[in-house]
Design a protein around this ligand. Structure first.
Ligand code: PEP
Ligand code: MG
Length: 565
């Protein structure tokens, strides 16, 4: 079994088509500068026509949103900086293909070195566009899929977005690449095309022969070469079950998350950054219930500026158009370490200087983020949420910072949503216990079961040794969740849940019966939760809440919930 990065879920079983480009650069004859320049212009013109044709094809087959990338490619081909760089090469005596190759290397390196993972992935666009120009100059084709009667699993070092868009599902059942990440455009397109794919499998081109029978399990990110009959049978069965389930769930797209008894809930998504927008939209998420903003602060060596954060938040709220986006302020500490913040080592980091405790003490960091969120709120439906609130003083203090950020923006005549909703996470038992009072301070609650379980049952969520004790089905957790929903509703505010428990199949009926208004889950769980919600009615759930809340153990709860399913 070979492990890679899961790029697009599903199972494909077929023989490998190993894609190698025959490079003709060695036989290329360099001519005078004027002729090289002329050839370059022809190659650029041809590339523009090719990309334009791909864009039209993508528009009809994949939709406007996916085709937009090729508009960006057309612009790259007209970019004076890129063209200037290639021409510079020709001026110093290089042939067209080499000049293009060098420009490609330097722009690819520039993008790859950027901090932002989204911009890093743009190196692939440079490779795609300039690789095409170079192929045109050398008179060689890019992707060739001729000569195969049977559909294949494509194996290549890298797959450009235009290669992906041109792939037909009739001839390619799935693909494996050596480089690329889950946020690369080819991965995004593979998901959109619902084509199983595993990326980032280093050196697989050396280990897999052309024609090898393989199984690609895109959801697990694994490739199995030369499977035994037993493995094949088991994956064929898995594939049938997966395809049937997917087909059934696909029908949930565009439907309302309304139960048979007529109660509508919202099924939103948990995301880590703008690169997840496509996943939310693909899965018909009704908004973002938790944007874990701390990911913008990670994998870099200094704090993101107000402008950088603003751009990221704006991208998400604009990407989600009129759907709500809850941006949670920096939740640093615990297991989320950000080295450049130089936070002291602590005996109990989960009980320590973290999240809102850090932000309320680091005024400049907090204000920068609040200003960025508020500025983005002028472009869509943003909401603010505070993590790890444990006392009334904290929420009041956090809100005072928002008021002060608003006053500053107003003074600077910078637009923001003056009616922006402000909410808090309920992830500490003290907050749950005081939820009647907190409900008067905020516009909404979002229950963070991941931490609420660990603090209620006193079980470290990271400790493998006691993982049996860590369960959201613990009766104490269920009673707290119930109390929070009741208190929220009594005060007239809505209550959501963004911990992993919101998407646990066995618990969805219970949360629904308790009256939860919003379920924020991973994008891939949206349609399954919607399917469940649409099957509920008062009679089937009956007195579920009352009976479950009387049960003494997590096992008894598990058993009762299993009966409901
Ligand atoms: C939670 O605690 O449930 C939660 C959603 O926050 P995180 O997992 O980021 O701590
Ligand atoms: Mg938490």
């Amino acid at each position: 079994m070979i492990k890679g990065i899961p790029a697009s879920a599903g199972i494909a079983i077929a023989h490998v088509f190993k894609h190698l480009i025959k490079d003709r650069s060695e036989t290329y004859v360099v001519e005078s500068q004027a002729i090289e320049k002329e050839k370059l212009e022809c190659a650029l013109g041809r590339a523009l026509d090719q990309i334009h044709a791909i864009r039209i094809q993508a528009e009809t087959e994949l939709g406007q949103e996916e085709a937009r990338i090729f508009e960006a490619h057309e612009m790259l081909l007209k970019d004076p900086e890129i063209i200037g760089k290639i021409e510079e090469g020709i001026k110093v005596g290089l042939g067209g293909p080499e000049a293009v190759g060098r420009a490609q290397d330097s722009f690819e390196a520039l993008f790859s070195a950027m901090d932002n993972p989204y911009l890093q992935e743009r190196a692939a666009d440079i490779r795609d566009v300039l690789g095409r120009v170079r192929n045109n100059l050398l008179g060689q084709d890019g992707m060739i899929m001729q000569g195969r009667d049977e559909p294949v699993i494509l194996l290549c070092h890298d797959l450009t977005p235009s290669d992906t868009a041109q792939m037909s599902k009739k001839s390619v059942l799935g693909f494996i690449t050596e480089i690329g990440g889950a946020a690369s455009h080819s991965a995004i397109m593979a998901r959109k095309m619902e084509m199983p794919a595993v990326v980032g499998v280093s050196e697989i081109m050396d280990t897999l022969e052309d024609g090898t029978l393989v199984i690609v399990d895109g959801g697990a990110g694994v490739v199995i070469a030369d499977p035994s009959q037993e493995t094949l049978d088991s994956y064929r069965k898995k594939k049938r079950a997966y395809d049937q389930k997917k087909e059934a769930l696909g029908k949930m797209k565009g439907l309302s998350s309304t139960s048979l008894c007529g109660r509508r809930v919202e099924i939103a998504c948990n995301i880590a950054g703008p690169e997840d927008i496509a996943l939310v939209l693909e899965n018909d998420g009704e908004g973002v219930g938790l944007f874990r903003s701390e990911f913008l602060y990670m994998d870099r060596d200094s704090l993101p500026t107000e402008e950088q954060q603003f751009q990221a938040y704006k991208k998400v709220v604009e990407g989600l158009a009129d759907r709500p986006v809850i941006i949670r302020t920096l939740d640093v500490g615990g297991d989320k370490n950000i080295p450049y913040l130089n936070m002291k080592e602590e005996m109990n980091p989960f009980l320590g200087y973290r999240a809102i405790r850090y932000c309320l003490n680091e005024e400049a960091v907090f204000m920068t983020q609040l200003r960025a969120i508020l500025r983005a709120s002028a472009y869509g439906k943003a909401k603010i949420m505070f993590p790890m609130i444990s006392s009334i003083e904290e929420i009041r203090c956090a809100k005072a910072y928002v008021a002060s950020a608003m006053a500053a923006l107003k003074h600077e005549k910078i637009a923001y949503d003056t009616a922006i909703e402000i909410g808090m996470m309920i992830e500490i038992p003290s907050a749950a216990m005081l939820s009647d009072l907190f409900a008067k301070e905020v516009d909404f609650f979002s229950i963070g079961t991941n931490d609420l379980v660990q603090y209620t049952v006193a079980v470290d969520r990271m400790n493998q040794q006691i993982s049996d004790l860590y369960t959201p089905m613990h009766p104490s957790v269920l009673r707290l969740v119930h109390m929070v929903i009741e208190n929220g509703h009594k005060a007239g505010i809505w209550v959501g849940m963004c911990g992993e428990a919101a998407g646990i199949e066995a618990l969805v009926p219970l949360w629904f019966a308790m009256g939860l208004d919003e379920f924020s889950v991973s994008p891939s769980a949206v349609l399954r939760v919607r399917e469940q919600i649409r099957s509920f009615n008062k009679n089937t759930l009956g007195d579920l809440v009352d009976t479950v809340l009387e049960l003494p153990t997590a096992n008894a709860v598990k058993q009762r919930l299993r009966d409901v399913l």
